[in-house]
Design a protein around this ligand. Sequence first.
Ligand code: NAI
Ligand code: MG
Length: 358
Amino acid sequence: NLKSTYKIASIPGDGIGPEVISATIDVLKALTKKLGTFELEFTDFDWGTERYLKTGRYTPQDYLQVLKEYDAILFGSVGSPSVPDHISLWGLRLAICQPLQQYANVRPTRILPGTKSPLANCQPGDLDWVIVRENSEGEYAGQGGRSHVGCEHEVATELSIFTRTGVRRIAQFAFSVAQNRPRKMLTYVTKSNAQRNGMVMWDEVVKEVAEDYPDVTVDHMLVDAMTVRMVLNPRSLDTILATNLHADILSDLAAALAGSIGIAPTANLDPTRKNPSMFEPIHGSAFDITGLGLANPVATFWTASEMLHWLGESEAAMSLMVAVENVCAAGIVTRDLGGQAGTKEVTDAVIQEILKIN
Ligand code: NAI
Ligand code: MG
């Protein structure tokens, strides 16, 4: 009766990344010890801006081979005031997601018990969404260029790339997410009135894929109108599918509407499971609170729960979320949620809840 052991690559990165990742590893260690049904083996990688400033690279040359040895990647954040953000993002986060074909970025959002939405009439249960973001192409494909740099007549292009294969696979993924949720509703978001090529193809492909999921109710929104609906009628939404750029923006809005960016998790999935998937909080390095012990670790705890689901340890994943929700319900929350607690108090409280699992 061999216990499964999962190998986890941990990349804390910059800013508050190391603070929330170390809190999460403590929580996961307490959880696996308490449950005794599987093990997690963590390896820490010092890939981040400090390494870049010393060596000119965020990662070693063979980093993809290294990562492929792991069952999952737990990521903190990358970005520092000392390096332009497009260098750090492409140097580490996108350098992992894109080659490992983690084409589905999944962002569950709901209001946790004991916390408040900034929307006056919105209670826990009124906002319960999963945003599925295309994560491999679109507006973040990295194509384009600059000519006559710095001159008055400088020209810059940023080309969006949409492939039928890329849109179909993310649509299929999103429909299967919607199908597995109680309400079986999918809203897809484009901007096919103004952008008449790639976005129109998106609409066509999503409609084709919809035919294979007759039990899922589908509707379409233009991205600008979608921001209004998210704020004014959150109950009308469930699973949301959008492009790389649109979903990036909508999911920050979603996190804010659910109470704080400090609770919001992300999974970067390779649904084919050929490569390890990567799990990270939505938030960034948060320099304004780095080193102060104020970072909300809940986003990374929730992220870890998503990771356990993906590894097939759903019971552990649910136990972890119950522990987190109990701590929120007890009012032990950080300042971003209107509370008084620091990272350590929230972490200790979640560990105490885990010790109560029977
Ligand atoms: P940010 O998410 O780091 O911070 C935005 C605001 O939210 C700040 O006021 C911050 O204090 C607060 N906040 C964020 N996480 C929090 C937490 N866990 N608990 C409490 N408060 C929290 O976004 P910003 O300021 O736009 O970016 C800072 C850096 O992070 C930049 O270098 C950016 O490129 C990078 N970044 C990296 C990401 C990644 O690695 N996936 C994602 C987003 C930003
Ligand atoms: Mg973002």
